[in-house]
Structure formats: structure tokens, C-alpha cells
Design a protein around this ligand. Structure first.
Ligand code: NIG
Length: 411
């Protein structure tokens, strides 16, 4: 039995394999009034007036936009505790970094997350993921990074895996696809001697054994991991077969963006403080620049200059960065709205940044595009104008979500 979406105005984003760069980030390859045939989890054909067989299930898009599901390629959605009190301190004038230096910030979430049980972590993650799904995210990356020790990081990755496995084994899935990232260098634990050395020589090998091939990430910033420390962690991780991602230039340009590009990192994320030279090095590399504009909205009004990156021929993606401190936001459409208003993206570039390019950040080439052979992870919008996704900020624009051909409830 096939599922057929009829009468679709499809943003296929069909084009060359891999992330889109420069001018190619503007091509949405729109097809008017088409039917999309899905078998199992996959798209098998797209065209006009395809034959509908007996027993085929039909979903009438009524001329509305059908587009690839959104891919949220940078989140810290697995955590315990709350930082709403800290947020009030921020409103009263304290900076994110001052709070972190006083033992709050990331370390306060580390304490709460270490103390939470695996079941508590996976239950709260599942409830956040369900909200993200209703906003159109069909694939979500979730980082560890609030455990820091080998035991703490494994605890988080186990909780994330539990949610993933439960979805795989349920008859009726209700959550997005999950991709885990090991954020081993998220902070420096002040209570542990030789923390960086232990992370590189104890935590990394332990996580590598349990999660072969998982992407390894770090936060390169004053008061967190230095460029030299990141360099050592990443070289070891690469030698063990792990792709690299890195939080660079959030508050300070420390030279990590060109260094990460030369290491062949999958992505440099944040980029609010990137210099023209940082962006030029990124644009000249295969590393994708990921903007996290919910941070600028929530913290300090600074945003990544993606316009410069794209005009220099680079590839850009956008993510929510959902976390309890710098970006408590589950909404990809809102992140994309912000990227249009503050990072200089056109609406078309924002769609590419939140789908096919975000999938490439996660090493995924089977989604983010509507074409035969791709996953049937799709959104039907309640609108015939695709720009509504990045125009009507705060409004519910997604009317149906399909993951692997299965229609999920988004109420
Ligand atoms: O990407 N900057 C580092 N990590 C996160 C924030 C995490 C937190 O504040 O808990 C980020 O913004």
C-alpha cells in the first residue's frame, strides 16, 4: 500500500547532492500541483496525476505547501533543572559569562542533570521533542554535555538512546528522529583536577567505545575550552573515527573557526563574534556555518553574519540551540524567522538552512529534499505561500507532519 499526497505545491529542494553553498542556497525547485507517492518510509515518485491504486491512502494537500521536514541540527534538549532564576538575574544586568563564572550557567545544569535519573532525563527529553515535532522538526540532534565526566556523559547518551529506541520499537511513533552528539568539551568542571586531560584520555575513549562514530563537539570560548585544548580533543576524536563539530566565536573569536575548518569539522556553530577572516576561512572550506539566532534573541542581540558567509560562497544552516540557558526555544520556524531578520538570509535561503543543509551538518543525505529515494519526512503547511513559514512568526503554520511516511498527531 502506498501513501499519496495529492495536490501539493511542493518545495522539493531537489538539486545536487550535499549541502548547498552560495547562490545555490536560493533554489527551492518548486513543483506546482504534484502528487507525491510514498512506500514505507521512502518517497518513490513525484509528478503530475500519478496513478492511484486500490488501497492507496490519500492525503489531499489542497494546493498547500508540502516541504521536507525541518532538521534541528543543534540542540541541548536533554537536561534537568531550570535556569529561570538566572534569567531574571540576566534581565537585571548580569551577563551569561558572569553567571557562568560564578558557578551558574552550564555548571548549574550539569549538577541538576547528573542528579537526575536516566528515566527522568528521557521522559523530559521526550516531552520537549513532542513540542518540537508539533512545530515541524522531523529530525532533531541532541547533545550530551551536561554530564562532563565519562559516567555523566554516558548517563546522558543512554537517556537519549532510550528515547530513540522506544520510538524504533513502538507501533505508532510520536517523536522526531534523533541524532546524538557527544559534547565532551562543553565546560571545564572546576571540581575536577586535570579535567581537560581526563576528558581527552578517559572520557573520549569510553564514549568512543560505546558510541562508535558519534560526532564529538566542544565549546571553544574564554572560560571554557581553549583552542589548543579543542585541537587536542579533536585530533584524538578524529583518529578514533569521529566527525567533529565545534561551538566557535559565540562571544570571542579565538581562531577556532579557521582551525576547525582546517581539521575538516562538519560544522562551526554560533559565529556571533566571527571576524571577516573567520567567515572567509569558513566559506573557503567544506565546514558548514550554523547560526543559532535564538541566542541573540534571548541573550544580547548579537547574530551570526550568514549573509557574508553565503555571499562568499559558503554553506549555512540554522538551528534552535534549544537549551535551558542561552536559548530556551523549541521552534525551528522561529529560529528561521530570526535568521531572516537578523542573519541576513532570504526566506528561500532560510528554508535550505533548516532542511537539506542542516541534514548535511548531521551527515545525513537521505532527507531534507523531496525526491525519489529520500525519506518521507514531510510537512504540509496550512498555507499556499511557502514564505509564511518565516513570515508569520509565532503562528502555527504546520498542519500535518509525516515521518517515514507515517502521519503523526501534532495537536
Ligand atoms: O550553544 N554555549 C554553549 N552551549 C550552549 C548553551 C548551553 C547552556 O547555557 O546550558 C549554547 O549556547
Amino acid at each position: 500500500m502506498n501513501t499519496i499526497i495529492t495536490n501539493a505545491r511542493a518545495l522539493t529542494l531537489d538539486g545536487p547532492a550535499g549541502p548547498r553553498r552560495g547562490k545555490a542556497m536560493s533554489n527551492l525547485a518548486i513543483k506546482e500541483r504534484v502528487d507525491i507517492v510514498i512506500r514505507g518510509e521512502w518517497i518513490v515518485s513525484i509528478g503530475e496525476s500519478l496513478t492511484i491504486g486500490p488501497g492507496d491512502r490519500m492525503i489531499d494537500a489542497r494546493g498547500n505547501i508540502v516541504m521536507p521536514g525541518l532538521v534541528d541540527c543543534h540542540t541541548h534538549a536533554c537536561f534537568a533543572g531550570s535556569r529561570i532564576d538566572e534569567w531574571e538575574k540576566k534581565l537585571a544586568g548580569a551577563t551569561y559569562q558572569e553567571i557562568m563564572a560564578a558557578g551558574g550557567g552550564i555548571m548549574s545544569t550539569v549538577k541538576a542533570t547528573r542528579a537526575a535519573s536516566r528515566a527522568e532525563l528521557s521522559a523530559s527529553l521526550a516531552s520537549r521533542l513532542s513540542r518540537m515535532l508539533s512545530l515541524g522538526s522531523t529530525t532533531v540532534e541532541v547533545k550530551s554535555g551536561y554530564g562532563l565526566t565519562a559516567k555523566g556523559e554516558a548517563h546522558m547518551l543512554d537517556a537519549i538512546s532510550d528515547v530513540q529506541l522506544a520510538q524504533r520499537h513502538t507501533k505508532r511513533r510520536s517523536l522526531p528522529n534523533l541524532i546524538e552528539t557527544a559534547l565532551l568539551g562543553h565546560a571545564i568542571d572546576p571540581d575536577m583536577d586535570d579535567f581537560v586531560h581526563r576528558t581527552i584520555h578517559d572520557t573520549l575513549p569510553a564514549i568512543s567505545k560505546a558510541h562508535p562514530g558519534i560526532a564529538v563537539d566542544a565549546f571553544c570560548e574564554k572560560g571554557s575550552w581553549s583552542q589548543q585544548e579543542c585541537w587536542e580533543l579533536f585530533n584524538r576524536a578524529k583518529a578514533l573515527g569521529h566527525p567533529i563539530r565545534v561551538h566557535t566565536d559565540q562571544f570571542t573569536s579565538l581562531g577556532m573557526t579557521p582551525a576547525a575548518a582546517s581539521l575538516g569539522a562538519r560544522s562551526c556553530d554560533h559565529l556571533e563574534a566571527s571576524t571577516p577572516a573567520d567567515l572567509a576561512a569558513l566559506a573557503a572550506s567544506d565546514t558548514i556555518g550554523v547560526a543559532l539566532p535564538c541566542c541573540g534573541f534571548h541573550l544580547d542581540g548579537r547574530y551570526a553574519k550568514l549573509r557574508t558567509l553565503i555571499d562568499s560562497g559558503g554553506a549555512a544552516a540554522v538551528a534552535t540551540n534549544f537549551n535551558p540557558g542561552s536559548a530556551p526555544c523549541p521552534s525551528m520556524p522561529f529560529a528561521l524567522c530570526l535568521a531572516v531578520r537578523h542573519c541576513g538570509l532570504t526566506p528561500a535561503e532560510a528554508i535550505i538552512a533548516g532542511t537539506v543543509n542542516a541534514a548535511a551538518v548531521l551527515g545525513l543525505s537521505d532527507r531534507g529534499v523531496i525526491a525519489p529515494g529520500k525519506r518521507a519526512d514531510l510537512l504540509i503547511l496550512n498555507n499556499k505561500d511557502w514564505r509564511s513559514l518565516v513570515y508569520e512568526f509565532g503562528a502555527p503554520v504546520v498542519s500535518k507532519v509525516l515521518i517515514g511516511g507515517e502521519e503523526l498527531s501534532v495537536d
